[in-house]
Design a protein around this ligand. Structure first.
Ligand code: FMN
Length: 262
């Protein structure tokens, strides 16, 4: 069965999930949503997966735009995987509704908890706790691969209705401010103008002006710039100063520097 996995990822969790799933499924192509979004998106594989990180209890804006642009999914088996740092709330319910609006049926939706990467609130969890989550991720992939191979319908995973209702308000408020929230990023005196932030930003939202990064207000809030800065010079407001950064240990910088391969 030919499968295409479309992913969005800032720190590698969602890309790693896509890779692990591809290893199990075989005959699978992995495509970066950020590299495909500016083109016509005509899907041809019989099985399509959409894999993304949960942002503010919902979907990254770029994934919503991707679903709106996707053509040819009406007669395909479509599933989604949301990676999250603790609570996905109803992110997959949102994916279900957005697919429906585009005439696509989301047949299955899975939540995979991974290490959190929202450094403004917390720092990277210790390696042993990360490894425990990676072990659980591998087990969950093994559980869901059979469902996907059989193109089976499976309930869209979510938290309780009350939780979803409470947190949907946060998404509505937060998502309306996401693109311009990059005004909170800044580079401290450790910045050596290496330009890795420019390279790793999946939506080309950063330019170096006089050797310092400038954010251009089309941010997706993936935090790749802050997490991958080798000098740890990029900060978000003041709370990220001195906090341990997070990147998936099996994903390299080059893996996330998006190429237009669609
Ligand atoms: C802006 C932002 C918002 C986030 N919001 C949530 C959230 O609401 N719930 C949650 O469980 N994790 C949240 N996270 C954590 C990520 O969903 C999680 O770490 C994810 O696996 C990162 O995937 P990636 O490495 O592919 O980018 C957030 C992360 C960021 C950067």
């Amino acid at each position: 069965m030919k499968t295409t996995l479309f992913y969005f990822s800032g720190t590698g969790n969602s890309l790693k999930v896509a890779r692990d799933l591809a290893d199990e499924l075989g005959d699978t192509q992995i495509i970066a949503i950020a590299g495909a979004i500016d083109r016509d998106i005509n899907v041809t594989s019989e099985c399509i997966g959409i894999i993304y990180p949960v942002y503010m209890f919902g979907m990254p804006l770029i994934v919503s735009r991707f679903i709106k642009k996707m053509k040819g999914g009406e007669d395909k088996y479509i599933f989604a995987i949301a990676t999250c740092g603790g609570m996905a709330a109803n992110a997959l319910g949102q994916t279900y509704r957005e697919c429906k609006r585009s005439g696509i049926k989301l047949s299955a939706g899975f939540i995979i908890p991974m290490p959190g990467n929202y450094t403004p609130l917390y720092e990277a969890i210790p390696a042993d706790k990360q490894n425990a989550l990676f072990e659980k991720e591998k087990k969950k992939i093994k559980n869901i691969v059979g469902i996907i191979r059989r193109k089976q319908s499976h309930p869209i995973e979510h938290n309780s209705r009350l939780t979803n209702w409470l947190f949907s308000g946060i998404y509505k408020l937060g998502s309306s401010q996401i693109r311009s929230a990059d005004k909170n990023f800044w580079a401290d005196e450790q910045c050596n103008s290496c330009g890795i932030c420019v390279k790793v930003c999946p939506v080309r939202n950063i330019e170096l002006i006089s050797g310092k990064p400038k954010w251009l207000n089309r941010c997706e809030q993936c935090f790749a710039c802050l997490q991958w800065c080798p000098q740890e010079a990029i900060q978000y407001k003041k709370s990220t100063i001195g906090r341990k950064r997070y990147r998936h240990p099996e994903v390299a910088l080059d893996d996330l520097c998006v190429k237009s391969d669609f």
